[in-house]
Design a protein around this ligand. Sequence first.
Ligand SMILES: O=c1ccn([C@@H]2O[C@H](COP(=O)(O)O)[C@@H](O)[C@H]2O)c(=O)[nH]1
Length: 233
Amino acid sequence: MTTDSPLIIALDYPSLDAALCMADRLDPERCRVKVGKELFTRSGPNVLEALHGRGFEVFLDLKFHDIPNTVAAAVLSAAELGVWMVNVHASGGARMMQAARERLDQEGLETHLIAVTVLTSMTQEELAATGVDADLEAHVERLARLARNSGMDGVVCSARESAMLKRACGEDFLKVTPGIRPSFAQAGDQRRIMTPREAIDAGSTHLVIGRPVTQAEDPMAALAAIEQELAAG
Ligand SMILES: O=c1ccn([C@@H]2O[C@H](COP(=O)(O)O)[C@@H](O)[C@H]2O)c(=O)[nH]1
């Protein structure tokens, strides 16, 4: 089943049962779901089969970052599991991203392939501590341009960078933005945040939302509030 909704709910749970319990409350016509490192490491491809069986399109968020041959093979394995979207780290470089793109194209697979720019949990100071002296936004732009020129369909970035990337890389280039925090939610470990409405207005194409829904006292009410905020736009 496919959906027009920009919402991707991050199923960050420690077990298959817990993740499916939430998935069973969600509607694949109203959102996609994301499987990340914790859940996939615990449950493996079974979780994808279970979510696909329930009609969800799945973003497999494993952020591959390795030598080109290894990343290309990993991206192919993910795509062959039928996921809707998979990602790599743009800082793995052009050759790595191109290898992944070529492997998918060779096999005729249409899985969306995107690249992480700078994690939404990072600040300018934290980026500098890794040895990157550039302004954070300029670094995101540089990585996004590299990703686009290496054949990526889009990037993971903060919604704070979506407007800039819309200008730099075009409207069709996907801007998948975690770090979404409705007014009722805590920032937690996220640093570059925006509300759902602000993110869409800035040009985000997809909003990744985890704890504001999954850890809410009433997850369905939290999701409904987010949908209302977007509809009110
Ligand atoms: O830069 C990034 C890349 C990925 N993520 C992932 O998105 C979700 C966000 O969850 P929240 O609970 O809404 O913070 C999570 O799975 C991260 O691994 C990100 O936050 N930032």
